[in-house]
Design a protein around this ligand. Structure first.
Ligand code: PEP
Length: 248
């Protein structure tokens, strides 16, 4: 049985004072969580949050990473830097980065390999737009996104991946995929992973993301291939984030 992972994606939100109160409330509300928990915070706050999370079951993550190890890449953050700062996870290829920052399946694959080489866990985001879903292209698009990463992986890497299926039309919109819609895509993704290595595929956590909230988390998380959630808006309210953790 796969352990579930509830990961918050704070996006470009937070300030020193609100980070402190949010993490204090989350930690105060946790009692022996049955799932793994992470918060993926803006890069400038990683050090602050590492201090606030010392000794806590909540792991730390980043929201993006450079595909390169070091060098003349102004503004970029290397995986080695994130590792040194105590990150365990890195979100890669979030749809906002694909849409606004020109990330492609190829760059997502390159970043995934870099993160794995550094010993961090990539949370690779995949998902279709509304037009793609309505055009019956969900499996094609998500399949291509997954294949690009699979083709780049080295031996033994597959089981170290976390994948987040995030239908773009459900992110921050209040629209959620039904549990069955999400399960169907998760099962398709796991099938793709299994065609590479069935034993490793059975270990990979596939998260759902897209308006997961306390009132829909339980049904989504009950599906057999949904191994957790990548949570945006609801991760910024301790009471909501805690309720989703309890549902897992
Ligand atoms: C996200 O941005 O990864 C996300 C899932 O956002 P939200 O939960 O707000 O839809």
């Amino acid at each position: 049985m796969r352990r579930k992972l509830i990961a918050g994606n704070w996006k470009m939100n937070g300030r020193m004072a609100t980070n402190e109160s949010l993490l204090a409330e989350i930690q105060a509300g946790l009692s022996q969580p049955a799932c793994s928990i992470a918060v993926c915070v803006p890069a400038p706050y990683i050090v602050q949050c590492r201090g606030l999370l010392a000794g806590s079951p909540v792991d730390l993550g980043a929201q993006d990473v450079s595909a390169y190890e070091a060098g003349a890449y102004t503004g970029e953050v290397a995986a080695g830097m994130l590792a040194e700062l105590g990150c365990k996870y890195v979100i890669i290829g979030h749809s906002e980065r694909r849409a606004y920052h020109g990330e492609t399946d190829a760059s997502v694959a390159q970043k995934t390999v870099r993160v794995l080489q550094t010993g961090l866990t990539p949370i690779v985001c995949v998902g279709e737009t509304l037009a793609e879903r309505e055009g019956g292209l969900t499996n094609t698009i998500v399949g291509q996104q997954v294949d690009a990463v699979l083709e780049a992986l080295g031996a033994g890497d597959l089981e170290k991946l976390v994948i987040a299926y995030e239908p773009v039309w459900a992110i921050g919109t209040g629209k959620t995929a039904t549990p069955q819609m999400a399960q169907d895509v998760h099962a398709m993704i796991r099938g793709k992973l299994a065609s590479k290595d069935a034993a490793a595929a059975a270990k990979v956590q596939i998260l759902y993301g897209g308006s997961m909230k306390p009132d829909n988390a339980k049904e989504l998380l009950a599906m057999s291939d949904i191994d957790g959630g990548l949570i945006g808006g609801a991760a910024l309210k301790a009471v909501d984030f805690l309720a989703i953790i309890s549902a897992a």
